[in-house]
Design a binder for this molecule. Structure first.
Ligand code: G6P
Length: 611
C-alpha cells in the first residue's frame, strides 16, 4: 500500500528518500516518485516511474537530482491506473509538491470547483485536488504553507496522511494525518517524516507519532504540531530498527524465510504469557481483568488471513471457553446494523494494525456498548493497538511477504491464549488448562517436524503447477484452515482455489470434481475424521485427484487412491495451527514453479490502508 517519506536536512536527501522507499517496498505498490527542492535555485524537480523503486533509482541515476528538502512516495493505485502521470508527488504550478496516502472521497466536487477557478489537472487521482487546494489557499488567502494546509484539511472527506513542500518555504515539510498513519523522525539539525518508522531506520531511532487530526510543520531545527489549530506536544519514542527483519538471509524469498521462522516466533508469542501450566492473564495488560470479568460473548472482526484466524477462534471459544462467538469481515461489519448483546467483548485481529476496514469497525464498535475492545496485533505502535482498550501483541517480528504466514500462526497462538483465559473464567478445570498449556509448549517442535516435510511437499507441488483450479476441504475447525490454504494458493500462484466445509460437498462443489480438479483435504484424526472420509470417498468415486494431509493414526494408507502427506500426531486443539504450515509450503512451491512474484503478488498489498 502507499508509502510516504520526507526529509529536510543540510545534506542532499535524495539517497535518504530512495532508501526509505526501498524499506517500504514490502507494503506493495505499483509506482514511485520523488520531488526535491533544488539546492541552488530552490526550484522543484520531480521524478516518477511506474513499477519498482529500482526503476525510479535508474531514472535518477540517468538525470542526477539533488536537494536538501524532499518528499517521496510509493503508490498503490485507487483512483486512476498505475501510470507516471498518476504517480505521486503531484505538483501545483511548479510551486508545491505533495504526496498522499488514503482516499479523498469528495475529490470530484473539489475538482469541479478547482476547474472553475482555472486549475488544470494532469492526473486522474483524488490526490491532485489537495495540492491545488493548498496552492489556491496560499494565493487567495496570502498565507504560509502551514496555514494553507490547516485551511484545506477541513474540506477533505475521507482518509489521508499527506506531506507537502513549497518553493516559497524551502526548509519546510508540512504534514497532516487523518485516518492514515504518519510519524516524524527526529534527527540532529535535520528531520524526517514517513508513513512507517521502518522507512527512517537508517537516519534516526527517535520518533513522534502524529495523532488523528494533527497537522505539523517540520523544519530542519524545529517541529511544531497542531491539533484544532492549537499547538500540542506529542510524545517522543525510541524505536530500534532491526535490519535482519528486512533481509532475506539465505532464503530465496521472504515468504519462505517467514514460514521457517514460525517455530521461533511461536515461542516468542508464548514467552512471558504462559507458565508451565496456565496462561498469565496479566499478559493482556492492566485493564484486562476488569473487562474479562464482564465478558460472556465475543465478537471478532478482521480482514483476509486475520479473518480466518477469527473463524478458528470461534471453535476454540465454543469448545474451551463455552462462550458464544460471532466472527465478521470488517468491511461488512462496519456497514451493518449491529445488535450487541450485553457482556460482549469486541476483538479485532490484524497483522498490520492499520487495515482501514478493521480500524473503521473498531471506531464504529466504540459507539455500540461493548464491554471493551481487544486488539490481537503484530505492531505495537499501530493505530489499532493505540485505539483499542487493550491488546495482545503477536510477536511475529516484521512480516514482509504479502501473503501472511508467521503473522497468522502467531495470531492463532495469541487467540488460543485468549480462549484459555476466558475458559478458566467460565468453568474450565485447572487440569484441562494445564493439559492445553503443556500441549502449547510442544507446538514449536511440532512445527519444526512439519517443516521437515518441505521436500515431499515440493514434489507434490508439481501436480498443481499446470492446474487452473483447486478445491480445499476440511471439517469443523479445519474448514477455516482449508480457507486459508485456498487463499494462500490463489494469492501467490494465481490458481483459482476454493475452500468448502466437506459436508457441503454434495450441495454444489461436487459438480466441479473431475480428473483435472485437485482436491486437498486437511484430515487430522479428530472426531469428524470419519465424516470427512465419507466426503473424500465421494470425491474419489468421481475421479477427483485427492491430496490428503493426515497423521498415522488417521488410517490413511500409503498406497490408497490419493496422495498422502504424513503429518505428526497433534492434540486436537493445536491441529488448526499445525495443518496451516504444510499448506503454506504447498502454495509457496506451486508459485515458484509458476514463476510468480512470490513476495509481491500482483495487485495485492501488505497493508490495506484504504477501504
Ligand atoms: C492484506 C494482506 C493480508 C492480510 C489482510 C488483512 O490483504 O495482504 O495478508 O491478511 O490484508 O490485514 P491485517 O494487517 O489487518 O491482518
Amino acid at each position: 500500500m502507499c508509502g510516504i517519506v520526507g526529509a529536510v536536512a543540510q545534506r542532499d536527501v535524495v539517497e535518504i528518500l530512495l532508501e526509505g522507499l526501498k524499506r517500504l517496498e514490502y507494503r506493495g505498490y505499483d509506482s514511485a516518485g520523488v520531488a526535491v527542492l533544488g539546492s541552488k535555485d530552490e526550484s522543484l524537480t520531480s521524478v516518477r516511474a511506474v513499477g519498482k523503486v529500482k526503476k525510479l533509482v535508474n531514472k535518477i541515476e540517468e538525470n542526477p537530482t539533488q536537494g536538501k528538502t524532499g518528499i517521496a512516495h510509493t503508490r498503490w493505485a485507487t483512483h486512476g491506473v498505475p501510470s507516471e502521470n498518476n504517480a505521486h508527488p503531484h505538483m501545483s504550478h511548479d510551486e508545491l509538491a505533495l504526496v498522499h496516502n488514503g482516499i479523498i472521497e469528495n475529490h470530484d466536487a473539489l475538482r469541479k470547483q478547482l476547474l472553475a477557478d482555472g486549475y488544470a489537472f494532469t492526473s486522474d487521482t483524488d490526490t491532485e485536488v489537495v495540492v491545488h487546494l493548498i496552492h489556491r489557499a496560499m494565493r487567495q488567502e496570502k498565507i504560509d504553507l502551514l496555514s494553507a494546509v490547516q485551511h484545506v484539511v477541513p474540506m477533505l472527506h475521507g482518509a489521508y496522511g499527506l506531506c507537502v513542500i513549497s518553493t516559497k518555504e524551502p526548509e519546510t515539510l508540512v504534514v497532516a494525518r487523518s485516518g492514515s498513519p504518519l510519524v516524524i523522525g527526529v534527527g540532529i539539525g535535520e528531520n524526517f517524516v514517513a508513513s512507517d518508522p521502518l522507512a527512517l531506520g537508517q537516519v534516526t531511532d527517535r520518533f513522534i507519532y502524529l495523532e488523528e487530526g494533527d497537522v505539523a510543520e517540520v523544519k530542519r531545527k524545529s517541529i511544531s504540531i497542531f491539533a484544532d489549530g492549537k499547538p500540542v506536544e506529542r510524545k517522543r519514542t525510541r524505536i530500534r530498527s532491526d535490519l535482519s527483519e528486512i533481509e532475506k538471509g539465505d532464503y530465496g524469498h521472504f515468504m519462505l524465510k517467514e514460514i521457517y521462522e514460525q517455530s521461533a516466533v511461536i515461542k516468542n508469542t508464548l514467552s512471558g504469557r504462559v507458565s508451565a501450566n496456565h496462561v498469565l492473564e496479566e499478559a493482556f495488560g492492566i485493564k484486562a481483568k476488569d473487562i474479562f470479568d464482564k465478558v460472556n460473548n465475543v465478537q471478532i472482526v478482521a480482514c483476509g488471513t486475520s479473518f480466518h484466524a477469527g473463524l478458528i477462534t470461534k471453535y476454540w471459544l465454543e469448545n474451551i471457553a463455552k462462550m458464544p462467538c460471532q466472527v465478521d469481515i470488517a468491511s461488512d461489519y462496519r456497514y451493518r446494523n449491529i445488535i450487541v448483546r450485553p457482556g460482549t467483548l469486541f476483538v479485532t485481529i490484524s497483522q498490520s494494525g492499520e487495515t482501514a476496514d478493521t480500524l473503521a469497525a473498531l471506531r464504529y464498535a466504540d459507539e455500540l456498548g461493548y464491554v471493551g475492545s481487544l486488539a490481537i496485533c503484530n505492531v505495537a505502535t499501530s493505530s489499532l493497538v493505540r485505539e483499542s482498550d487493550f491488546s495482545l501483541l503477536t510477536m511475529a517480528g516484521r512480516e514482509i511477504g504479502v501473503a501472511s504466514t508467521k503473522a497468522f500462526t502467531t495470531q492463532l497462538c495469541a487467540l488460543l491464549l485468549l480462549s484459555l483465559v476466558l475458559g478458566r473464567r467460565n468453568g474450565m478445570t485447572d487440569e484441562s488448562e494445564a493439559q492445553h498449556v503443556t500441549d502449547l509448549h510442544k507446538l514449536p517442535g511440532l512445527v519444526d517436524q512439519v517443516l521437515e516435510l518441505d521436500e515431499a511437499i515440493k514434489e507434490l507441488s508439481i501436480s498443481f503447477a499446470d492446474k487452473n483450479h483447486a478445491l480445499f476441504l476440511g471439517r469443523g475447525n479445519q474448514y477455516p484452515v482449508a480457507k486459508e490454504g485456498a487463499l494462500k494458493l490463489k494469492e501467490i500462484s494465481y490458481i483459482h482455489a476454493e475452500a468448502y466445509p466437506a459436508g457441503e460437498l454434495k450441495h454444489g462443489p461436487l459438480a466441479l470434481v473431475d480428473d483435472k480438479m485437485p482436491v486437498i483435504a486437511v484430515a487430522p484424526n479428530d472426531e469428524l475424521l470419519g465424516k470427512l472420509k465419507g466426503n473424500l470417498a465421494e470425491v474419489s468415486a468421481r475421479g477427483g485427484k485427492l491430496f490428503v494431509f493426515a497423521d498415522e493414526s488417521g488410517g490413511f494408507d500409503d498406497d490408497g487412491d490419493y496422495k498422502l502427506i504424513r503429518m505428526p500426531a497433534v492434540p486436537d486443539v493445536l491441529a488448526p495451527i499445525l495443518y496451516t504450515v504444510p499448506l503454506q509450503l504447498l502454495s509457496y512451491h506451486v508459485a515458484i514453479l509458476k514463476g510468480t512474484d512470490v513476495d509481491h503478488p500482483r495487485n495485492l498489498a501488505k497493508s490495506v490502508t484504504v477501504e
